[in-house]
Design a protein around this ligand. Sequence first.
Ligand SMILES: CC(C)(COP(=O)(O)OP(=O)(O)OC[C@H]1O[C@@H](n2cnc3c(N)ncnc32)[C@H](O)[C@@H]1OP(=O)(O)O)[C@@H](O)C(=O)NCCC(=O)NCCS
Length: 160
Amino acid sequence: MVRLRVLTKNDWPLWREVRLAALGEAPQAFKARLAHWHSGGEERWRARLEMPDAYNIIALLGGRTVAMASGLAGGSGAYELRSVWVSPQARGRGVGDRLIEAVETWALQSGATTLKLAVIPGNEPAIALYQRNGFVVAGDLGDLLSDGVTRERVMVKALR
Ligand SMILES: CC(C)(COP(=O)(O)OP(=O)(O)OC[C@H]1O[C@@H](n2cnc3c(N)ncnc32)[C@H](O)[C@@H]1OP(=O)(O)O)[C@@H](O)C(=O)NCCC(=O)NCCS
């Protein structure tokens, strides 16, 4: 059975473990780079979990951490969904849906009106997951990727 756990700032070693696993397993899916985060010490990881108005969750399957996601508050009720990852062994069981549902619930309770995310074009499993959960492609221009040509695709969901 998959269980979700909300992290507190003292959970930074757990956060580091799952974040490094995600960046190592699916580097093509994230703008952040493994080498970049490997160089960060405790302070850096703590700072990430101490960000105000943030919600960080992991999913556990048989006692092992198998997935993660974050929510971040933004101005004018526009919140962000970030760092979604499900380990290959846990995919296809609805864990991504559970993570998104939890971030949405937190965002709604915190006053969000929309939830946004950015996905790298071509990441079909992620795009399918987001579409299934009610996200649509937004008009906003996403960040430029390291090739200097491709941009992230911004997707959005109205929460109320
Ligand atoms: C995107 C992601 C979170 C989806 O995980 P999930 O919610 O468990 O996957 P789903 O339930 O949507 O899987 C649906 C199907 O696609 C398959 N699938 C999921 N992710 C896949 C992947 N990356 N590659 C190939 N197949 C994948 C599943 O096995 C499942 O197949 P089934 O229906 O035959 O059982 C996961 O693929 C992942 O962590 N990918 C790498 C990181 C990433 O892309 N994060 C998003 C950044 S924006």
